[in-house]
Design a binder for this molecule. Structure first.
Ligand code: GAL
Length: 686
């Protein structure tokens, strides 16, 4: 995993609003003033001040307005907005405005439009309709970025650069001729010779042998399953192509303003998977993330998981929550409004996991356009509304929390490994089951740790593991020899590893390990799997510990008498065989869970494995599971964030620490957390 390259945080202008000269949390939104008449801007800045807003992202979708034609520029309005914001103490995270090319550009150059796997053109009409590898697009976009950068280089409101927007949100996979050409260059760099590519892709299968790179294509719509390694390499390439585009914009900005930090908003959330953000993090001065809640039983856990992973991608350092929503979004099948309290709780949970900035999409709810039903800080109803009151109240709370700005995440006792390449590879087609969901398995383990009151860090592969008592590797599908050695070393030096079904099944080329699964971890786990035994959608297998598995089971032979069988299959096709095992290994251990137990089932397994690994919750037993604990720390203090996971009030009486915000516990002490409540307690560093 690569760490952020220079760790530069916002450059706060001297007059920025908000308490605390050095330390402050950023608070604000995407601001799109071009959607509104001039007189609204004055109300905007007045309300921003009222709400405690001290930063906005400006110009994210302004290309058509800034550059109305190939050689026409209109900066007068943007100059005025920049000046107005600055006069009101609001800093600007200024966008390069390249996210959505204007109609004149796509009319002049339709060759920048992406192409789907089936060969259809992705037409203009929405946004982000550009090929990441288009040289023509790049020329125009970099010219815009440079013109914006030079114009505002010395503007006192400028605090950071916001490159493009959510790179890859709609255009990560492009199958055009430009993409094919760039893919071939990428493959040449990776393999050197076409023979090496043939070996890596296993082209002896189905007569796919290439005799030149010029014959290679992106995995376009084919008669049957395209070559798996070709598909995997295309995913690697597509993530790299956008990263390379990010670098190109960055180079332009660096030459215009070497001192201004650079970021771009990642999308560590839900099933968004195309961009390997662990690999991208080194390209930005600070990591930014966008997160939107999806309703469901694990909605809050998923928010926490995403924030946690973002914090770890950022190397434990503060990161920037660039977008989330004050209430409903507009792009789910049913768009639920947030319940009272959720706006603040969701925001504080991001801060708990290291965010030093809380921003929303967007400042003022649009009256027109595809996002007119998407909530904002100022809703259609105007400032006389529950949403705006909640927004202003959060602004006040974030000012109280200013002292913790700059503090880092305190590492947890447990790590859950997260690997984009295993995600990509494990969910490809022509597999034992198309129902397997990589991220869901990782989230279920995270939920189980939350239910046990044990903090876990969701960490990208490559993170040093030696400080973790336990490391869970959910569906760590792709394990090469080096990775396997690292895991063996980890257990030998006292770590407790837990691997799940469909782990260590293939190497980096997506070739199956031979001799029984899970190839390079067989000896460590003390077992051998001859066959996978996936389950049908409505099938369930019972285990003799009372739990039940779905999705998957394995035909396990225990090969080492040292292995302790923690649970066996009680029925189903493998009745009587081992289902969950644990083997002492060196000073540590290696456990294996061969079926999908879901968050609830894993809560029981986690209890047993945690106890054996000697990991206990840091909260008093009464509170474990009902509140989430996340800890940030600086030299003098720890900041304990406690977030209510239940629909009942939770009494924090026996939890030490002083609330930073007196409003959290008017009577003193740690107080009572209302449903959907969150509080921050300061304690001396342990
Ligand atoms: C993000 C995007 C924003 C806005 C938001 C709505 O993907 O960056 O511009 O569209 O979603 O939820």
């Amino acid at each position: 995993m690569a760490a952020a390259r220079s760790h530069r945080w916002l450059r706060w202008p001297e007059n920025t609003a908000g308490r605390g000269s050095g330390r402050k949390l950023a608070y604000g939104a995407d601001y799109n003033p071009e959607q509104w008449p001039r007189e609204v801007w004055d109300e905007d800045v007045r309300l921003m001040r009222e709400a405690g807003v001290n930063i906005v992202s400006l110009g994210v979708f302004s290309w058509a307005r800034i550059q109305p034609g190939p050689d026409e520029w209109d900066f007068a309005w943007l100059d005025e907005v920049m000046d107005l914001l600055h006069a009101n103490g609001i800093a600007v995270d200024l966008a390069t405005a390249t996210a959505s090319p204007p109609p004149w550009l796509t009319t002049l150059h339709p060759e920048i439009l992406p192409v789907t796997a089936a060969g259809e053109t992705v037409w203009p009409g929405a946004r982000q309709h550009w090929r990441p590898t288009s040289p023509v697009f790049r020329t125009h976009a970099l010219r815009l970025a440079e013109t914006v950068a030079r114009r505002y280089a010395d503007h006192p409101a400028l605090t950071a650069w916001h490159i493009s927007n959510e790179l890859g949100c709609h255009n990560v996979y492009d199958y055009s001729g430009d993409a094919a050409a760039a893919f071939r260059i990428w493959l040449r760099e990776r393999y050197g010779t076409v023979e090496r590519l043939n070996t890596a892709w296993g082209t002896a299968f189905w007569s796919q042998h290439y005799t030149g790179f010029d014959q290679v294509l992106p995995p376009r719509l084919a008669a049957s399953h395209p070559n798996p390694t070709q598909q995997l390499d295309f995913k690697r390439f597509s993530s790299d192509a956008l990263k390379e585009y990010l670098r190109a914009e960055r180079a332009v900005l660096e030459s215009a303003t070497p001192d201004v930090p650079i970021t771009t908003n990642f999308m560590v959330m839900g099933e968004t998977r195309g961009m390997n953000y662990a690999d991208w993090a080194a390209e930005v001065d600070f990591v930014s993330n966008d997160h939107y809640v999806r309703p469901g039983a694990q909605a809050l856990d998923e928010l926490s998981f995403s924030a946690n992973l973002t914090g770890n991608i950022a190397g434990g350092r503060p990161w920037f929550l660039m977008e989330h929503s004050t209430s409903a979004v507009n792009w789910q099948p049913v768009n639920r409004a947030k319940a009272p309290g959720e706006l603040a709780r969701d925001s504080l949970l991001h801060v708990a996991h290291g965010a030093d900035a809380v921003c929303f999409f967007q400042w003022r709810q649009s009256a027109a356009g595809a996002e007119k039903y998407h909530s904002a800080m100022v809703p259609h109803a105007g400032p006389e509304s529950a949403v705006f009151r909640a927004v202003a109240d959060l602004g006040r709370r974030l000012e109280e929390l200013a002292p913790l700005a700059g503090s880092h995440r305190k590492p947890a006792p447990v790590a859950i490994l997260f690997d984009w390449e295993s995600w990509w590879a494990s969910e490809q087609d022509s597999h034992p089951s198309s129902l397997l969901r990589y991220r869901q398995e990782a989230l279920d383990w995270y939920s189980a740790m939350l239910a046990r009151g044990v903090r876990a860090d969701v960490v990208p592969l490559g993170t040093p593991l030696e400080h973790y008592r336990m490391v869970v590797a959910p569906i760590l599908h792709m394990v090469g020899e080096d990775r396997a050695k690292e895991l063996v070393r980890y257990t030998e030096s006292g770590g407790h590893l837990v691997a799940t079904y469909f782990s260590a099944v293939v190497d980096e080329n997506d070739h199956a390990w031979l001799g029984g699964y899970p190839g390079p971890l067989r000896d460590l786990l003390g077992l051998r799997i001859e066959e996978f035994v996936p389950l049908l959608p409505d099938e369930e297998v019972r285990l003799d510990d009372g739990s039940a598995g779905t999705l998957w089971s394995d035909d396990i032979t225990v090969t080492d008498p040292q292995v302790e069988v923690l649970a066996s299959y009680a029925d189903g096709p493998r009745a009587g065989q081992a289902a969950i095992t644990r083997r002492s290994a060196g000073a540590g251990s290696a456990a294996y869970v061969s079926t999908r137990l879901g968050a609830q089932g894993l809560t029981g397994v986690a209890a047993r494995l945690l106890a054996k690994a000697g990991v206990a919750g840091e909260l008093p037993p009464r509170l474990r599971g009902s509140v989430e604990l996340a800890v940030r720390a600086d030299a003098a203090s720890e900041y304990w964030f406690v977030v209510n996971r239940t629909a009942e009030p939770v009494d924090l009486a026996d939890l030490g620490g002083e609330p930073i915000d007196p409003a959290d516990a008017p009577e003193g002490g740690a107080g009572v957390l209302p449903p959907r409540g969150a509080a921050v307690l300061r304690r001396p560093t342990a």
